[in-house]
Design a protein around this ligand. Structure first.
Ligand SMILES: O=P(O)(O)O[C@@H]1[C@@H](OP(=O)(O)O)[C@H](OP(=O)(O)O)[C@H](O)[C@H](OP(=O)(O)O)[C@H]1OP(=O)(O)O
Ligand SMILES: Nc1ncnc2c1ncn2[C@@H]1O[C@H](COP(=O)(O)OP(=O)(O)OP(=O)(O)O)[C@@H](O)[C@H]1O
Length: 481
């Protein structure tokens, strides 16, 4: 197969990488250390001679996508697979050459783009349906040679198989298909994992990898990954907005006279610096024009990827306001939802967060007797022993920590915006994980006892009280009459 890869896709991804701060609203930010030296990037030719000749840096993985048919209890099972082995000469074996490139990483995962090494039109339709507009997400979990003990560890390793099972059993049933960044499990060969890890190492050598991510590889023993819907803007006309909706309803454990919601309370407690203060989720879902608009106007710069010259930030904010407001029923142009379906999606997410955690962390998490809050724990003995409540709490916490990607593009002729919004990062969080549930418990207790919900916390001299929460404002409005 001819293997000159599509420069269009490559350009749009690298432009997206350079233009957007891909970590969005997250706290950690790209280490600005410039590359130590410029380097020639070679194109993938799949030509061994070329490969041997060049000493230039290779910053992609050449691989093959195949679908293997294996016998299962109920007949043949199709297993998608990404491998570096060229088995194309095997009889009946169809392989699509692909190129994997680093897109971005979080604490737990590294995300790769998948480009077709040939022409899309020549790829088998069955392969296209797996690969087109998809990214590969691989989970981290092994220390790399550069680990020095100071780098942040990823959360406890979960295989993509477990993440997929959780998605299938718990997430898919509670959302519509178009509301989700979809996931498909794919087998990934050891060689692909090795090649991807080599790229992470090289990007450390070139000073390009975020410092706080150094020292960690994709789990060496992992043999699966996830193919996920790509929300990368396809071309120069589109942008990506990335935000975490967080706790869309007040915490069930908050005091009744709270003036901060859980998200605003914890961010104030952590004194997250101003650029990283989250949107107040309650304001975002309020359905009130001024609140929604103000909230979106205050999105950190990093939440919106770089705008094309013909797009103003103010019109993006106006469009997002309509999207989250809930009173516009124009067609979105996608043919499935009205233009304000962002509001409906958030209402749905909020209802689920409430449904799966009606009692609050303090009442559900099992705390042993040495706890400072043993009294409260024993008062809730019956509830604490309820396995379903604990399982549901884990799901609620997943739903409170997911990411909303909104891809926006403008129709050249009508000048109308089109939006595609999907929830991602809905990975399992277990309340049976003692360390994690302890962290949830301690955070809630701290917020309650420290007066962070009520806004009565003790502040160091000269530190102003942070009043940016919808609850604070509505309490003030009620007070002012
Ligand atoms: O504690 P929260 O509500 O701030 O949420 C944590 C997130 O913080 P942030 O969204 O920045 O406020 C935090 O995000 P960052 O690492 O700050 O990007 C994680 O998502 C964390 O989940 P996990 O422990 O990695 O599974 C999240 O922890 P969980 O509470 O979901 O376990
Ligand atoms: N479907 C997608 N489309 C476009 N970009 C994506 C997509 N999924 C992930 N990314 C990019 O890759 C980054 C890391 O992905 P992801 O959030 O899955 O990692 P993570 O390790 O789970 O993050 P966290 O630190 O929150 O645990 C994201 O911040 C985003 O920039």
């Amino acid at each position: 197969m001819g293997c000159t890869h599509s420069s269009e896709t490559t350009d749009s991804i690298s432009e997206y990488q350079s233009k957007a701060n891909l970590t969005g609203l997250k706290k950690e930010h790209v280490d600005e250390t410039p590359p130590q030296e410029t380097h020639e990037q070679i194109s993938a030719t799949f030509n061994d001679e070329d490969r041997a000749r060049t000493t230039a840096r290779i910053d992609f993985v050449s691989a093959y996508f195949t679908i293997e048919m294996n016998a299962g209890p109920q007949g043949l099972i199709a297993t998608p697979r990404i491998t570096t082995e060229d088995q194309a000469s095997l009889p009946g074996f169809e392989a699509t050459p692909v190129i994997l490139r680093f897109v971005d990483e979080g604490a737990a995962n590294v995300v790769w783009s998948i480009e077709c090494a040939g022409e899309w039109a020549t790829v088998l339709p069955t392969h296209q349906s797996f690969l087109r507009k998809k990214l590969l997400r691989l989970r981290k979990g092994t220390k790399s040679p550069s680990f020095n003990g100071t780098q942040t560890s990823p959360p406890p390793f979960l295989s993509s198989q477990d993440v997929y099972q959780h998605y299938n059993e718990n997430i898919q049933p509670i959302f519509s298909k178009h509301e989700l960044v979809e996931q498909t499990l794919v087998q990934v060969s050891e060689d692909v994992i090795k090649a991807c890890n080599a790229i992470l190492d090289t990007s450390e050598d070139y000073g390009e990898r975020k410092r706080k991510r150094w020292g960690w590889h994709i789990e060496h023993t992992e043999r699966t990954g996830l193919l996920i819907t790509s929300m990368i803007p396809n071309d120069d006309d589109s942008i990506l907005v990335q935000l975490k909706p967080k706790w869309l309803a007040q915490s069930p454990g908050a005091p009744p006279n709270a003036r901060r919601c859980r998200t605003c309370a914890i961010q104030t407690f952590r004194r997250t610096d101003k650029d990283h203060l989250p949107v107040c989720p309650l304001a975002l879902v309020s359905g009130k024009q001024r609140l929604v608009h103000d909230t979106l106007s205050n999105l950190p710069k990093s939440a919106i990827s770089a705008l094309p010259p013909f797009m103003e930030r103010s019109e993006v904010v106006d469009e997002l306001t309509t999207f989250f407001l809930g009173n516009d029923h124009m067609d979105s142009g996608l043919g499935h939802e009205p233009k304000d379906y962002g509001h409906k999606l958030l209402l749905h997410l909020r209802a689920l967060q409430q449904q799966f955690d009606p009692l609050g962390v303090l009442k559900v998490v099992r705390i042993e007797s040495e706890d400072r809050n043993a009294e409260l724990a024993s008062a809730n003995q019956v509830k604490m022993s309820d396995a379903k409540l604990r399982r549901d709490l884990g799901l609620a916490m997943t739903l409170r920590d997911c990411t909303l990607f909104i891809k926006m593009w403008k129709d050249g002729e009508s000048e109308r915006f089109h939006l595609d919004a999907r929830l991602a990062d809905l990975d399992p969080k277990s309340s049976e994980d003692g360390e994690r549930s302890r962290r949830w418990y301690d955070a809630e207790l701290q917020l309650v006892e420290g007066g962070w919900y009520e806004g009565t916390e003790e502040l160091e001299e000269g530190v102003a009280t942070h009043e940016k929460c919808m609850l604070w404002n509505s309490a003030k409005e009620a007070y002012d009459g």
